[in-house]
Design a protein around this ligand. Structure first.
Ligand code: UD1
Length: 416
């Protein structure tokens, strides 16, 4: 199994080009099922998760070809409606095929994703929303099964803000019969980007960027030709690395507004941040200051940056309090950071971080994608050498990470 060997203690300096966003690419890949034809997706990150999603589409009968970051998907030959457990269990976003399959074929057989490393991640809102639109869905042997479904417009109000459920219901509603109103939708850039892609293909969606979407179903959509938005979490992760290493990193090809909440917290911790039209330069302080963070749906501070922010606070002057309100159990990085000398006390979904002067290299284990990113950042700042095991998690979500960090002056090597 691959590991990362990192010698820490050097400031990261230079320019890094941010890749397309995994969390924006996956819903658009699912949306290709809505229209038979050849779809072109540009700026798609080459990651384990986009490969896995491509495999899901191939199993359904699509033809998929990557040319560098251009992904071509031909959905003319789609002839299966089954997303098997073997793939869904490795990538929960596979469940996004459910709405498009029901909308285009009236049938679907999609594995329930099951649990995840940080506790239950329910899909009840996806299912009740589709049921409100007339889909009779059964759970059979671990699969969500729908047959003879004719989706009809409905009013669906979400009691919690969910990226997944918003995306799922948007895709179902664009081809449904009549008007759908979705209330309390997620505003994450990935959601808005999907809406824009669908509109460009002929979907009728009003209210993008607000908490209420009104969607008039149309009978058919044109194939997609779209560019995936930049990855705000990748960008913010590099920004956090600058904060921890007294570095100066220019992030290129970004939309600064998409990670403004993270940038503000980094400023509060002492970073200097210069925002350009499509670039951001982050200069880390001599030592970060403690900050308090509460994760919230967009435009709040993202749960996907909680682990990396805890790593920043581990080195900060003072005590920080970090609360995750989206996923209560998402703290597997805490005991690993403790092995590097961090002083963190966990009380339920709240981490109290007492900053230390220095972190030390150690052998640690990655447990999920963002937890792994926090360990990489901690290792870059730590004194001595860190060996991070199970880095396949990082390969799910960070494109060419060693190459990008190496170009910024990090001493980082993949070993097995
Ligand atoms: C969430 C994050 C997203 C992040 C992703 C991976 C939010 C709002 N969403 O998206 O930014 O990229 O994790 O880290 O921050 N929920 C239900 N029932 C459902 C669906 C969700 O109760 O059917 C709950 C979840 O348990 C969670 C909240 O709603 O507490 C947000 O879930 P959702 O946005 O759907 O999760 P992801 O799509 O995984």
């Amino acid at each position: 199994m691959d590991k990362l060997r990192i010698s820490g203690g050097r400031p990261l300096e230079g320019t890094v080009r941010i890749s397309g966003a995994k969390n924006a690419a996956l819903p658009v890949m699912a949306a290709t099922l809505l229209a038979p034809g050849v779809h072109r997706l540009r700026n798609v990150p080459r990651l384990r998760d986009t490969q896995t999603f491509a495999r899901v589409l191939e199993l359904l009968g699509a033809k998929v070809a990557f040319e560098d970051h251009l992904l071509m998907i031909d959905t003319l030959g789609v002839n299966s409606v089954e997303a098997p457990y073997e793939l869904v269990k490795t990538m929960r976003a596979s469940i996004y095929v459910l709405g498009p399959l029901l909308a285009r074929f009236g049938r679907a057989r999609v594995s329930l994703p099951g649990g995840c490393a940080w506790g239950p991640r329910p899909v009840n809102l996806h299912l009740t929303g589709l049921q409100a639109m007339g889909a009779a869905l059964d759970i059979e042997h671990g699969y969500i099964v729908g047959n003879n479904v004719k989706l009809k417009g409905a009013t669906v109000g979400f009691d919690v803000v969910s990226v997944g459920a918003t995306v799922q219901l948007m895709m179902a509603a664009v081809l449904a019969d009549g008007q759908t109103v979705l209330e309390n939708v997620a505003l994450e850039p990935d959601v808005t980007a999907l809406g824009e892609v669908l509109i460009a293909c002929g979907a009728r969606i009003e209210g993008l960027g607000s908490r209420r979407l009104t969607i008039q179903g149309v009978s058919a959509l044109r194939p997609i030709d779209a560019t995936i938005i930049p990855d705000r979490i990748e960008a913010a992760t590099f920004a956090a690395a600058a904060a921890m290493t007294r570095g100066k990193i220019r992030l290129e090809g970004v939309v600064p507004d998409h990670f403004e909440a993270a940038l503000r917290k980094l400023e509060e911790s002492g970073c200097a941040v210069q925002r350009g039209a499509d670039s951001v330069t982050v200069t880390g302080p001599a030592r970060p200051q403690a900050v308090n963070v509460v994760t919230q749906p967009f435009p709040g501070f993202p749960t996907d940056m909680q682990a990396q922010m805890i790593a920043v606070c581990a080195l900060a002057g003072g005590t920080s309090v970090i609360e995750d309100t989206i996923y209560f159990d998402r703290f597997t990085h805490v005991p690993e950071l403790a092995r590097m000398g961090a002083r963190i006390e966990l009380k339920g979904n709240v981490a109290v971080v007492k900053g230390v002067d220095r972190l030390y290299g150690a052998q640690v284990m990655a447990t999920d994608l963002r937890a792994s990113a926090s360990l990489v950042n901690a290792a870059l700042a730590a004194q001595g050498e860190t060996l991070i095991d199970r880095i396949y998690h990082l390969d799910r979500g960070y494109e060419a990470l060693e190459k990008k960090l190496g170009a910024l002056g990090a001493q980082i090597r993949r070993v097995n």
